[in-house]
Design a protein around this ligand. Structure first.
Ligand code: SF4
Length: 333
């Protein structure tokens, strides 16, 4: 199975309930960023996400309210580096007690101090480790030596302690797909529970030329598609076809909503045209119909997983053949 059965069922149940209630658009994931403080400054990361002060973090109550207001089954906690968030144990404990599935997106440097032995493993908690390549590449991307070795040690320890452990790899201009395959092989040997490979996002605040053009994304992802048959990749075949330029999709920026220390970020994780204090105001004000069409110049090269995976699954549900393909993919991992 690509995902634990409980996770897939919770998602399917939620999506069915949303459709039955007649909602055309609905969020499925809150990307919760409790702080914009980080212990790294990776080269492809937006500047604001690693330069914030700890004192400006979101209070625990605001994080919980944001998840309640959005009503989603899945919370991806990122940032910033979420293990630096002092209230992380209470946040996780409360979200798990409320039945949420949590993806803790981390660079892994502090897992041994802040998570292991502090927050017990749970079927609702995924530890998601950032790894953009093998040692030389990953340390280059993170702009610090030793990060790859530490991340690997933490993945081993995470598996040993019984945490659901997944990884997250971004493809940049310099990424060599052969190296990505070697990384997949290594992670498979470590028995990770899933590997997400997705195209880099082009943040306007990043000056360095590290992002792929659309044609480069297509070429790389035609190769990544082949890896999906061999390794436990978690992006759906429909998303990978889109990333490879073999199918078109509308964007679904509403499917993964982003709550930050500045408020709800609209329209999406990538573009912060406006921040909103109130969820309903955010939801009712953003012109989702406009952003779905990808006509904005800033959408031109975007193949962001959080913008398009929902569209890929929706597209699959429109034909029996695609639904069968998706079901086969789910059980094949
Ligand atoms: S295409 Fe990308 S940048 Fe544009 S709204 Fe969708 S996710 Fe955001």
């Amino acid at each position: 199975m690509r995902f634990p059965i409980g996770f897939s069922l919770a998602q399917a149940k939620y999506m069915t309930a949303q459709k039955r209630s007649g909602r055309k658009r609905y969020p499925t994931v809150v990307m919760l960023e409790p702080l914009y403080t980080c212990n790294l400054a990776c080269i492809g990361c937006s500047v604001e996400r690693h330069t914030g002060k700890l004192k400006d973090r979101l209070p625990l109550e605001e994080c919980l309210k944001a998840v309640d207001d959005a009503g989603v089954p899945i919370v991806a906690i990122c940032g910033g580096e979420p293990t630096l968030y002092p209230e992380l144990p209470q946040l996780l404990e409360t979200l798990i007690a409320r039945g949420k599935y949590i993806i803790l997106c981390t660079n892994a440097l502090l897992l041994d101090q802040k998570v292991f032995g502090v927050i017990p493993p749970s079927k609702q908690l995924f530890v998601n480790v950032h790894l953009d390549g093998l040692k030389e590449t990953h340390d280059f991307v993170c702009d610090r030596k030793g990060v790859f070795d530490k991340a690997l040690d933490m993945i081993r320890e995470s598996k040993k302690r019984g945490y659901l452990t997944i990884t997250n790899t971004t493809i940049f201009k310099e990424t060599d797909i052969e190296e990505v395959e070697q990384l997949c092989e290594l992670l498979t040997d470590l028995k990770v529970d899933g590997i997400l490979i997705s195209p880099g996002y082009h943040y306007e605040s990043v000056q360095r030329d590290v992002f792929l053009t659309q044609e480069e994304i297509h070429n790389r992802f035609r190769q990544v598609m082949k890896l999906s048959n061999k390794y436990k990749l978690t992006a759906t075949p429909m998303f990978l076809e889109f990333a490879a330029g073999l199918r078109e999709l509308a964007c679904s920026p509403y499917s993964t909503v982003n709550f930050t220390p500045r408020g709800w970020k609209g329209p999406c994780y990538l573009i912060g045209d406006r921040y909103y204090a109130d969820f309903n105001e955010f939801w009712d004000t953003v012109d989702w119909a406009y952003w779905e069409t990808r006509q904005d110049r800033r959408c031109a090269n975007c193949k962001m997983h959080s913008g398009f995976e929902h569209s890929a699954v929706e597209e699959a549900s429109r034909s029996l053949k695609s639904m069968m393909q998706l079901a086969a993919w789910h059980v094949s991992g």
